[in-house]
Design a binder for this molecule. Structure first.
Ligand code: ADP
Length: 244
């Protein structure tokens, strides 16, 4: 899975719902290959920001992935431009196997004819994704029988086979065991070798270990940004999180 490594460039992004401004002029740059964590209290605008980047809500401003503008394009176009996300709740087809889930995702990208021509073997990108997400030995298991963590990895695998170059992950380690969180962090490190990753996550231990950079949102705005150490030392962040 080779492809171009691009950054995400957000400028003056605004999203309003019936007069309420959920994202209020956010600008941020995520460098190519970064693992950027988005944190902030509930209601800070993290999910709405990701919704705007992926075309799920209307927004003003500019969102570029590499040199291509995403804003104003429909969801499926943005997806074809290599931008994909996961949700907090699993979207895998539980009654299909791991392999079938990946095949469907790959088919959505490549077109069914390609898959039909290759139906006697597992397509390269599917085999590679199975390996990266550590589920090769489970390829023929029903997705519904997977452990919680494995389902999240399958979701990530479904993005990989669609040749997603910017992955936006919404609380990927929520509800995971310690071992699953570790494995997920290492998976993100592997994935970011030739992709850019943005993660909404509340788990501070996970953030300290795997974030390369952090953006703190508060009330729809960027409150602080930098390395984990820089953000933790920022008095504005301490005030929002600790109330002093
Ligand atoms: P976070 O992900 O940081 O918890 P959200 O992006 O979900 O925050 O929400 C930001 C704010 O926007 C919240 O006050 C939320 O209630 C509001 N909001 C989000 N989606 C909608 C919507 N579809 N309609 C109205 N308000 C919304």
């Amino acid at each position: 899975m080779t492809g171009q490594l691009h950054g995400l460039y957000v400028r003056d992004l605004r999203v309003s719902f019936d007069g309420f401004t959920a994202v209020d002029g956010v600008s941020l740059d995520v460098a190519p290959g970064d693992i950027r964590f988005l944190i902030g209290p509930n209601g800070a605008g993290k999910t709405t920001l990701v919704d705007a980047v992926t075309g799920l809500v209307r927004a003003t401003g500019s969102v570029r992935f590499g040199d291509r503008e995403l804003l104003g394009r429909p969801v499926h176009r943005i997806s074809r431009m290599g931008v994909g996300r996961t949700f907090q709740t699993s979207t895998v087809f539980e009654e299909l196997t791991v392999l079938q889930n990946l095949d469907i995702a790959a088919g959505a990208r490549r077109g069914w004819a390609t898959l039909l021509r290759r139906r006697h073997g597992v397509p390269d990108e599917v085999a590679e994704a199975l390996d990266v997400i550590g589920l090769t030995s489970r390829a023929d298991h029903l997705a519904g029988t997977l452990a919680h963590g494995q389902k999240q990895w399958l979701e990530i695998g479904m993005l990989l086979v669609q040749d997603t170059r910017l992955l936006l992950l919404d609380e990927p380690v929520a509800g995971m065991s310690h071992e699953e969180r570790d494995a997920t962090g290492h998976l993100l490190e592997k994935v970011s070798q030739d992709r850019t990753v943005v993660v909404i996550e509340h788990d501070m231990d996970f953030l300290r270990r795997f974030a390369r950079t952090v953006t703190v949102l508060h009330a729809g705005r960027v409150l602080s940004e930098g390395t984990v150490a820089q953000v933790q030392a920022d008095p504005r962040v301490q005030e929002v999180y600790l109330g002093h």
